[in-house]
Design a protein. Structure first.
Length: 336
């Protein structure tokens, strides 16, 4: 469905004469569009056109968690409506308010920050994450949003399954990392709302106050579980893993833009102090997050192969292989 067809379908759904649609982002993950009509200026999210794995790209999940968080101290875009009728656009979708902020997606996006602001924005990233993890999910209506007990073990097994469904070749490194993860499961801790892919590029900061977050974005992998899985992901975006992920997008890491952005140790200390959580097992969570990134990227690789996009296949394949190596290197800290 092209944008003209979307405009016609959405005009009927919204019950207006005219709708203007502009694609903002999208590809192998969820697609994002700006939808403008006399009833409002909104953002629309829908799954990609290509086949995706089960449980991925869940529009109801995104809509549910953002709606639940709208009156908490976690900044989110306010939801407008959810449409599960696939006859409208060919897939479920939801709409939310349009926000005018900036995503620190590249080094260029933070050039306007001085060193003091860079440190403050980094602390804001961790403080918002700590606030998310402290939300009483039962009180905001998310008691049935997930099954937090046994979350980490299920995550490891889930990503092993996703790898088996997506893999385009055998990678012994992945098999060894999976074995070590299962052999080193951390003790069950306090549960909370988990974002699933938290980092600078999935948050939006204010233009008028660039050290203050306007909204946490992209909730497609959110659930209830062990909050330290989010911390492990942020940690890896601050390391060689992050360098590889940003390089695969052809851009520079935002937190490498100037000396004000803190070291990983300082970043983790900020979270530990703000949240009061014990990070003694953070090595495990870092290994898990690299393993997860490798599996996600292999899923994107599989979709590129299916679509015959030969110009992008080699890059995706290389990224997966690098991530598999990084995961195995990180797993050296775990008992064999």
């Amino acid at each position: 469905m092209d944008e003209t067809e979307m405009e016609t379908a959405l005009a009927k759904w919204i019950e207006v004469d005219e709708v203007h649609v502009t694609q903002l982002a999208g590809g192998s993950s969820n697609l994002t569009f700006r939808v403008q009509s006399e009833k409002g200026d909104w953002v629309l999210r829908r799954p990609p056109m290509l086949h995706v794995l089960a449980t991925a790209n869940d529009m109801k999940r995104e809509h549910t968690v953002q709606t639940a968080l709208r009156d908490t101290d976690v900044p989110v875009a306010r939801t407008v409506a959810l449409c599960e009728d696939e006859s409208v656009l060919g897939a479920p979708f939801y709409v939310m308010e349009m926000l005018d902020g900036i995503v620190f997606n590249t080094a260029d996006d933070v050039q306007h920050l001085d060193e003091a602001q860079s440190l403050e924005a980094s602390f804001e990233l961790m403080d918002v994450l700590a606030r998310l993890h402290s939300v009483d999910y039962e009180a905001v209506g998310l008691g049935s949003f997930g099954k937090p007990a046994g979350f980490v073990e299920r995550q490891v097994k889930r990503w092993i399954t996703q790898w088996e469904k997506s893999k385009q070749r055998e990678l012994p490194e992945i098999e060894e990392v999976a074995r070590r993860l299962l052999a080193n499961l951390p003790p069950e801790g306090t549960h909370g709302i988990v974002h699933g892919d938290y980092s600078f590029n999935n948050t939006m900061f204010r233009k008028d106050q660039p050290t203050k977050m306007l909204a946490v974005l992209d909730w497609e992998m959110s659930t209830l579980g062990d909050p330290l899985t989010d911390v492990g992901m942020v940690a890896n975006y601050w390391t060689e893993v992050g360098e590889r992920m940003w390089r695969s997008r052809g851009v520079g890491q935002p937190h490498k833009a100037n000396a004000g952005f803190p070291s990983l140790d300082v970043l983790l200390d900020r979270y530990a102090t703000t949240s009061g959580r014990d990070l003694s097992h953070i090595a495990f969570y870092r290994v898990l997050s690299v393993f997860k990134l490798a599996c996600i990227t292999e899923g994107a690789h599989a979709r590129l192969v299916k679509a015959g996009e030969t110009d992008r296949i080699a890059q995706a394949r290389g990224t997966v292989e690098d991530l598999a190596r990084m995961a195995l290197d990180a797993a050296a800290t775990l008992k064999s």
